[in-house]
Each structure stands twice: as C-alpha cells, then as structure tokens.
Design a protein. Structure first.
Length: 370
C-alpha cells in the first residue's frame, strides 16, 4: 500500500514537472405462396397460411416469413419470405413521373433463402444438389423482442441446423417503428480446425420476367461485388406497376467480409449473392441482410442507402456481442482492453517519468545560465 502511495506521489510530481517544462501528453449496430402456388392474383391481399409468421412494419408492409417448412425448396425455405405486400393503398409511381393510388403486392415469390455452398462457389441454392445445404426443415420457430408500438414480438428465431462442423441459425426482424426486414444468419465452427464457409442467398422475385434493375449504390444499373445495395422493380405495364419497388442491402463499407459474388440481371427474377469467410474453432460470425419495400424507385434507393449506414433502428433487437460478430457490416467497434499496472509497475513508471522530467528541467536551467 505504501509503495502505491509513493508511486502516486512520484507520478503527481512528474506531471507537475512536465507541465512546468511545457511537456504535454494527449490520449484520445404466412407463406403467401409456395413453390406449388396457384396463379398470381394481382392487387389481392395475401392470406396467412399454415407454417408462417406475418409481421407488419410501420409503413403498412406485411411480410410473410416462412416457418416450420416441411418440403424441399430453393427459394421459400425456413426464414425466407414468401411474400411482402402493402395492407393499404399507397401513392405508387407511374412511368410518366406521377403517382396512382394502388395496394402494391407480390413483392416476393420466395426471398432470402440461405444455403451453404460446400465447394465455396457462389451459385444459386439448388435442391437435390449435393453441393448445397439449404437451411430448411428445422421445425417451429419462436419469437422475441416485443415491439413498443405494436405489443407484438418483432423477431422470429429459428432453430439451429448442423452441417458437418458448422452450426447455422437465422433470425428475421421486422420493426414496428421503421420500414424494412432484416436477417441475421449465424455460423459457428464447432470443430477443432479453421473452416472456410461460403453462404449463398437465393431469391425468387414477384416481378418475374419483368424484373428490372433500377440502380445500385455506385449509381449504375449493374450489380457488382463492390455495391452495398441494389434496387429492382417490376417493369411498367402501360403506365403502372403493381409490385412494390424493392431494395436489397448486402453489406457496409469497410466490412471484413464483403460480397464474394453477386448475380442480378434484367428479366431474371432469381438473383443471388454470397459471402466467403473463415471461422476459427469455436468462432461465430453473422451475415446480415436487409430487405426494402417502397412505393417508388427513389424511395427504395434512399431507404437502402440509409440502412447501409446502420441507423439505430437497423440494429434493434441485437446485443453488443451479436453486433461484434456481424462480418459484412461494421456494426460495433471492438472494445480494446487497456492493460493495468501492478504496484511495482506503477512505481517504475512514475519513477521513470520523474527522472525524465528532472533531466529536462536541469537541461533548461543549464541553458538559461549559459
């Protein structure tokens, strides 16, 4: 104890001496349709079906999240969305630059299915292909994270699925105080050696063969691995389009795990994208994606760009530990642990600083007497 007191006194003296010598130191986040669905009915309101969870965001978009799926599918698997549609009429943009009142629906025919690519190539998930392990047939989901505005749980939590040494899990979140959908895809290496993992997201858009790429984060209409988001819509029929305008948000700037591959094309309603990363033994990483549903192309682009920056609402219902595990966005900064000194270490530091300050003072006095 006396040693620590003496050390503190020496440290205080050092600081004072350094100050007098002008020395300074600075420190410095409903299956609406299945694969065997009936023909589409435009402008109809989807009916919640068995094995689905429906959540409505604050703009009135209803998302149908697939749960307890029992059949093989490449686009409507567990935690994918079978559909998203407005619950009321909105001011939908027209080809002439105006708007028309329309209850936009049929955003998805199966969106954000997740699979592992066992040969680490980014290609769309395929049923019956031994190279792909589709996250599916996992049993019932649970819910968590009660929304203050709705009084309803906002996050659907899916069971774990094992593929070799990799354990996968998914959570889907829809806020009641904002307008988007979010996926958290968890991967944990339960083995004793590092594992390289390639995750692919497969989709089936409601825009079908009328799918058009509107724009992307770099301003062109081409999807590239450097893009943080892309927007699409169903091309106009005459002056109108009855599907919502969509945003697909993949990654944030500076992330340690960027896109490894991406495929969007006009006329193709099955875009896909993927990520490749390494998991050390016992390590967990999360890949996060966002879905955007809006009544105009401009609004879809603006919302997508906003989500890339991870405003506070984007990270609702996540813990700091989860934010640190998100690999394709910089959701949180790692906490740096500053080492502490023992009594002897503190004494040594203080003594060294004191001697340095004394030497500086003596040098200045000698200079003054010359």
């Amino acid at each position: 104890m006396k040693l620590k007191v003496l050390a503190c006194q020496l440290l205080a003296f050092s600081i004072a001496a350094a100050a007098s010598a002008d020395v300074a130191m600075v420190e410095h986040q409903a299956l609406r349709k299945s694969l065997a669905k009936p023909p589409k009915v435009k402008h109809g309101h989807p009916v919640k079906a068995t094995g689905s969870q429906a959540l409505i965001d604050n703009s009135g978009v209803k998302y149908f999240i697939n749960t307890n799926i029992t059949f093989s599918t490449s686009s409507s698997a567990s935690a994918a969305m079978s559909e998203a549609s407005y619950t009321h009429a909105v001011a939908a943009t027209t080809s002439g630059g105006g708007t028309t009142s329309s209850t936009l629906d049929d955003a998805y025919d199966g969106y954000n299915t997740m699979c592992l690519s066992l040969n680490n190539t980014v290609a769309t998930c395929q049923t019956g292909n031994a190279n792909f392990v589709i996250y599916n047939k996992n049993g019932p989901a649970t819910t968590e994270c009660r929304g203050a505005a709705s009084g309803v749980d906002r996050q659907v939590v899916f069971p774990a699925q094992v593929a070799g040494n990799i354990t996968m899990q998914r959570k889907v979140f829809v806020p009641d105080n904002d307008s988007f959908g979010r996926w958290l895809n968890y991967f944990t290496n339960t083995g004793a050696t590092p594992q390289t993992v390639t995750m692919v997201v497969a989709n089936n858009l409601g825009s079908d063969s009328n799918t058009v790429i509107v724009t992307s984060s770099n301003g062109n209409a081409t999807a590239e691995v450097t893009d943080t988001w892309v927007t699409t819509f169903q091309n106009y029929s005459g002056n109108t389009s009855s599907d919502p305008r969509l945003g697909h948000v993949f990654q944030g700037p500076g992330a340690v795990t960027p896109l490894a591959g991406i495929n969007f094309a006009n006329g193709d309603d099955n875009p896909f994208w993927g990520y490749t990363f390494t998991l050390n033994p016992g390590q967990t990483k999360i890949i996060m994606n966002f879905a955007v549903v809006q009544p105009s192309k401009a609004a879809a682009a603006a919302k997508s760009a906003t989500l890339v920056g991870l405003p506070p609402n984007a990270l609702q219902c996540t813990t700091l530990a989860e934010q640190l595990e998100i690999a394709n966005f910089v959701a949180a900064q790692p906490i740096v642990t500053v080492p502490t000194l023992s009594g002897i270490g503190l004494f040594t530091l203080a003594a060294g600083l004191g001697l340095a300050a004394m030497a500086l003072l003596l040098r200045r006095r000698r200079s003054a007497t010359v």
